[in-house]
Design a protein around this ligand. Structure first.
Ligand code: GRF
Length: 190
């Protein structure tokens, strides 16, 4: 079961999944391995982490394509070289076309830093603070062509503390993401 992970940034969730795969012996238990990490940004910090773990990486810069459809077609070609059973979005900051989503239906998941269905889109932590939310969190969900929708696979909840800034709240949530996302992936593999 080949796992392909898509990132755009620091890739800390990707790293958490890669470490879980090693530590929990996903190869032996489920015949599963992370076979590629693909980024739309060459400067994504996560690429270095992937290389340290000897995972093949690829960069596909969306700016080099005339349309979203053209980028997604190239991305699909790159992903499909690895014959994935699971495509994991981990901080991949691109909206995907319906064609892409349909192509990976049933094997495409994402993590979003809010308690969905609240706060789809960007800037989730500041919006939760501004609304006076007492709790925040993150959601692992299946990907559908509607942004940040799709069946919920797991959620993690953290308190919003009186002195929180978007940064301190994001850190608290991210710590939980690193626990929840590998666990959600493992559940799917099992
Ligand atoms: C995470 O908060 C994730 O929920 C969101 O983007 C962030 C990615 O962080 N989609 P990282 O690249 O995994 O460190």
């Amino acid at each position: 079961k080949n796992i392909v992970i898509l990132i755009s940034g620091s890739g800390s969730n990707m790293a958490a999944i890669v470490r879980a795969a090693e530590r929990r012996h996903w190869a032996d238990r489920y015949g599963a391995r992370v076979v590629a990490v693909i980024s739309n940004k060459a400067e994504a910090g996560g690429l270095g982490v992937a290389r340290e773990h000897h995972i093949p990486t690829a960069v596909l810069d969306h700016k080099g394509f005339a349309s979203r459809e053209a980028f997604d077609a190239a991305l699909m070609t790159e992903i499909d070289r690895h014959d994935p059973a699971l495509v994991v979005l981990a901080g991949f900051m691109r909206i995907l076309t319906p064609g892409f989503v349909q192509h990976y239906e049933g094997r495409l998941i994402n993590i979003h830093p809010s308690l969905l269905p609240a706060f789809t889109g960007l800037n989730t932590h500041q919006r939760a603070i501004d609304m006076g939310c007492r709790f925040a969190g993150a959601t692992v969900h299946r990907v559908t062509s509607e942004l940040d929708h799709g069946d919920i696979l797991d959620q993690a909840v953290v308190p919003v503390l009186p002195d929180d800034t978007a940064k301190t709240l994001a850190e608290r949530v991210l710590t939980q993401e690193h626990i929840m996302y590998p666990r959600a992936v493992e559940k799917l593999l099992a």
